[in-house]
Design a protein around this ligand. Structure first.
Ligand code: SF4
Length: 190
């Protein structure tokens, strides 16, 4: 696909610093609440394990990047570093895999998100840190609500199970990007 998809269809085809900062601030709030609570509860080994999981999932080797982002038009842009409205920095270690995600990839992404957001909350609950568990869960809920309300309805990664772009808008976008449309049709038929 072209390095810079056409816009004007209401979809988030271009990098927007405000979108990136919004997502990063909410993610940071969630991460800090989880880290503070787990530290306070003496769950440092679990915290280290959780951070390790995040590194494996989103940086090296980037398991989540593979099952989610390699399908995304943002991943197709030139350069070795992924830059989109949600993240800047992960290396593009995987080959691009345009088109729909497989069922196995969807399950893997759901597992990754469940561990990412659920693990600290459950650990804090088990440790009896109900205030920190509540704060962490609230930060996760705010992030989820904000993204599904403002980002997922405009996201150009149609392979993501959270994508909320209507079929009509998706097809109109693909009509303007024949290379993406071909990939999508081929993988859909596979
Ligand atoms: S799937 Fe989301 S996080 Fe991954 S490159 Fe696309 S917009 Fe960024």
């Amino acid at each position: 696909m072209s390095a810079e998809p056409a816009s004007g269809d209401g979809l988030s085809c271009r990098f927007r610093l405000t979108h990136y900062l919004r997502f990063t601030a909410l993610l940071l709030a969630f991460g800090l609440a989880a880290a503070a609570g787990m530290t306070r509860a003496g769950l440092t080994p679990l915290l280290v394990g959780w951070v390790g999981f995040i590194i494996v999932a989103f940086f090296f080797p980037g398991w989540g990047i593979r099952v989610l982002c390699t399908h995304c038009p943002f991943y197709a842009r030139p350069g070795l570093i992924l830059r989109c409205n949600s993240t800047i920095g992960p290396l593009k270690l995987w080959r691009r895999r345009p088109g729909p995600a497989s069922g196995a990839e969807r399950v893997q992404l759901q597992v990754i998100l469940a561990v990412l957001f659920g693990f600290p909350v459950i650990a804090l609950l088990v440790a009896g840190q109900f205030l920190w568990a509540g704060l962490t869960a609230a930060a996760a809920a705010l992030l989820a609500w904000t993204e599904t309300t403002f980002a997922c309805r405009r996201c150009v990664n149609f392979a993501c199970f959270l994508n909320r772009v209507s079929a009509g808008r998706r097809d109109a976008f693909l009509d303007r990007h024949p290379d993406l449309k071909k990939d999508w049709a081929q993988r859909s038929d596979a």
